[in-house]
Design a protein. Structure first.
Lengths: 243, 243
DNA sequence: CGAGACGTTGACCTCCTTCAAGAGAAGTGG
DNA sequence: CCACTTCTCTTGAAGGAGGTCAACGTCTCG
């Protein structure tokens, strides 16, 4: 569960005691191939998930085939903490790359929260961040132009890749096809292609297979009006106020 | 806190013991005039909120003035349960009508959860539902046409008004100007106006001041491809009396 | 080497925006 | 009670951002 530890350290001063508590978390690993579904709409999951490796996407497909991606999940992301009140999932989670997740049993999670430990608080942070990402997705798709959307999402993913320990400076592996980008941004893949090429020609980005490099991050930020406050990653340690 | 009780009864069999626990919740009422902000972006709220009366909106305004509403809050809605890990709010909450909220102290909320009571579980339900509404907002604005969006949002608000005990059959008070609708749906208010008139002429809706009447709900549902599963209200122990 | 996924590009079209201007409704102050 | 401002709603005309359709190129992998 290296990805989890790395992540939680962003949100709390994890000490030996907390580490031990986390290591003792009951659950198990499961692997999914690229394209497989981790959770299907209508299922009733009884575990929470931690992404250990790979990227996944939460998405909804309408009856006529239109598809919308709600958000992406990177290594270290925790999701479905609401298993306490398990109801049918209203969406699907699909592996983009091959994915390894750790499934945490409901009971184990509960005891972590009940203890009022820092580790429990860190889980809350994860939930908070995930909701904030959803909110930003609404703003991005609701009130930004295609250009702004593409630039904004790229900056978000780069930032999150760094947090996940998967980025090398300005370059990172972004294993997302243009069609997936389109489904995330509410655009057609043809238009996403045009915008990407435009950003490329403007010298903002460079792409080589799945490796994306930000050649001019300042410019991108300006285009996207990007402010990473919503990722809630600045200076967290002081703020933990659980219990 | 009538609005809260009414709401929680949708999500759990609240007994006398739970009722007592809820009535003992520490906190207080606060009133806001229409247009006032309950929470400003950048503030650090230390309480969770329960809407007792009136409608509010969670919204983000971009630097250039474009504004996006994330979701609407109706009586009985609970929000900002994540105060445990209080960070700066990344959005603003504005009163649409005059609003009365109950502010719950962090500590009080915690003890409710720790007890593992039904009342605590009901709060989790509220959080789950709110997130689901956010997700649906992404799908709606990302992959639906203007017509579909308007119809879909109207159906959602009608359903939620019923849950909040504020709807009389097919009619309900929807105190939302066309400009606000536009900000919620990522459209221009001019176009919202046109779509509303179109739905009116098609005999689907009727509007009289803030009172909206669904004249042909079946048709609306067809237009919107509306399925209220995401509101998570079907599987309750209590039978939903859908007047 | 062939199949299938993914990316690229052009032509045309449409849904929605923007601009503009006017009509009601509603509050405000004299 | 009437002039006033100020919202909100309404409607038309023109333009543009992005969608759709179609065809072709490229990469990967079995």
């Amino acid at each position: 569960m290296d990805a989890l530890f790395r992540r939680l350290r962003y949100y709390a001063d994890i000490g030996d005691r907390e580490l031990a508590a986390l290591k003792a978390l009951k659950g198990g690993f499961e692997d999914f191939a690229s394209g497989e579904d981790l959770i299907n709409r209508g299922e009733r999951p009884s575990e929470a998930f931690i992404v250990e490796k790979g990227w996944a996407a939460r998405n909804v497909t309408l009856r006529d085939g239109r598809s919308q991606i709600l958000n992406f999940m990177l290594p270290g992301d925790v999701f479905d903490l609401q298993v306490f009140v398990a109801d049918k999932a209203d969406h699907t989670i699909t592996a983009i790359t091959s994915v390894r997740v750790f499934q945490v049993e409901r009971r184990a999670l509960l005891s972590l929260f009940d203890g009022g430990t820092r580790a429990g608080a860190a889980f809350w942070w994860c939930a908070l961040q995930e909701e904030a990402i959803l909110r930003e997705q609404i703003v991005r798709n609701g009130r930004r132009s295609a250009r702004e959307r593409v630039a904004h999402l790229i900056l978000e993913l780069h930032r999150r890749a760094i947090i996940a320990g998967e980025a090398e400076g300005e370059s990172f592996v972004m294993p997302i096809s243009q069609a997936l980008l389109a489904d995330a941004l509410g655009l057609s893949f043809v238009h996403v292609n045009r915008v990407l090429r435009e950003l490329h020609h403007a010298g903002c980005i460079e792409r080589n297979r799945t490796i994306l490099t930000l050649k001019d991050r300042a410019r991108l930020r300006e285009i996207a009006d990007f402010d990473d406050d919503y990722l809630h990653i600045k200076d967290n340690r002081r703020r933990l106020v659980y219990a």
